[in-house]
Write a protein that binds this ligand. Structure first.
Ligand code: SF4
Length: 251
């Protein structure tokens, strides 16, 4: 007689995560109209963070939300959505929750057509991305700076894992976009941006790259004050970045 073993993993809908907020419609968090889940907690401490309230790894019960609750928030909006995106904070710090959410969406008769995207700082390691790979349709990765020393000064962390994530996700064909936040006087020197563009084009000559100008609104005070790039400075930054057929846009 053969023994049967029950799957020890919890049902995906019962998995809980620490959710800072959800928004029903966004057109800046991946392709089309998307439902966005902002997860609480980040392993970077970016000087230019626009959501600093999502950085602390606060795990109070008021943040705890089940996958089933998120599915119920998505359902009324489903006819108007192209997909869902997990963001943060850094969503991949809560890998169990993200994996369970995407698994549940894909198993749900009403929601299974929705694509599942991750908006990430790129710090997740290979094993983590491998876990998400079967249920993830795409990822947007922030590259704060190609230069590791400047990256550390901007985020408190090395960019080694970020660069590796970009290469790996592009190789899998699921890298939707790289975002580069321009902090004038910090990460926008012409030579640095040229090196950045050359590296990005070496990974994928047609990579989509979004060049985003830093905006002080929502960011924490900093000494010396962080400088918003002008339209002209942003255009110059994009021109310095542009090599090969990189698919650049400026926002
Ligand atoms: S990675 Fe994103 S959420 Fe985390 S500190 Fe940086 S800007 Fe903020």
């Amino acid at each position: 007689m053969s023994a049967t073993h029950a799957d020890p993993r919890p049902h995906p809908e019962s998995v809980t995560g620490f959710v800072a907020d959800t928004i029903t419609f966004s057109n800046v968090d991946g392709p089309g109209n998307r439902f966005v889940v902002f997860l609480q907690g980040c392993n970077f401490d970016c000087v230019a963070c626009h959501n600093p309230q999502t950085i602390p790894l606060a795990q109070g019960d008021h943040f705890r939300t089940s996958v089933a609750e998120i599915l119920e928030r998505i359902r009324p909006a489903e006819p108007f959505l192209g997909g869902i995106t997990v963001s943060g904070g850094e969503a991949t710090l809560q890998l169990d929750f993200v994996e369970a959410l995407f698994t549940a969406v894909k198993a749900d008769p009403q929601l299974s057509r929705l694509t599942c995207f991750v908006d990430s700082n790129g710090s997740l390691d290979d094993a983590g991305w491998q876990r998400l790979r079967p249920v993830m349709d795409g990822a947007m990765i922030d590259l704060k700076c190609f230069d590791d020393e400047i990256h550390r000064s901007m985020t408190g962390q090395s960019n080694a894992d970020v660069l590796h994530s970009i290469e790996m996700l592009a190789g899998w064909g699921v890298l939707d976009e790289v975002r580069l936040l321009i902090l004038h006087g910090v990460n926008d020197s012409a030579s640095l941006l040229r090196r950045t563009g050359e590296w990005l084009a070496s990974v994928d000559p047609a990579m989509r790259v979004k060049v985003i100008g830093f905006r002080a609104h929502g960011a924490r005070p900093h000494q010396p004050p962080l400088v918003e790039p002008t339209v002209g400075e942003l255009t110059t930054a994009a021109a310095n970045l542009q090599v090969a057929a990189l698919n650049l846009c400026i926002v």
